[in-house]
Design a protein. Structure first.
Length: 113
């Protein structure tokens, strides 16, 4: 059974609602799901291609230990510290080596401050 029509939540408006309890004139803007976060704002459209090219360049092996499982592509210089998305700044590491690099690299930076 359809719901009964109701009036807009906006004070003084007697128009029928369409969604959110508001009429068409007082609708809040819809949130779009395709917006990028500030963190990913600089991510290029071909990021997946760059990842594939970095893996192929490094022979599909971790550059620290030679492992071929759980591979990730890491930024040598993090984007947050002025690094770029260029292929020269990407490095293939396995998950444990990536965690180790991130942990000790971040600690060394924090200790210098």
């Amino acid at each position: 059974m359809p719901r009964a029509a109701s009036i807009c939540l906006r004070h003084g408006c007697t128009s029928k609602t369409t969604r959110d309890g508001r009429c068409a004139a007082h609708q809040l803007p819809r949130r779009s799901w395709d917006r990028t976060s500030p963190r990913n704002g600089s991510r290029p459209a071909d990021a997946a291609s760059l990842r594939s090219r970095a893996l192929a360049r490094d022979g599909f092996a971790c550059q620290a230990c030679g492992s071929r499982s759980d591979l990730e592509v890491d930024h040598t210089v993090p984007i947050s510290r002025g690094g770029t998305w260029e292929l020269a700044n990407l490095l293939t590491l396995c998950k444990p080596c990536h965690k180790r690099k991130t942990y000790y690299g971040d600690r060394a930076v924090k200790e210098r401050r």
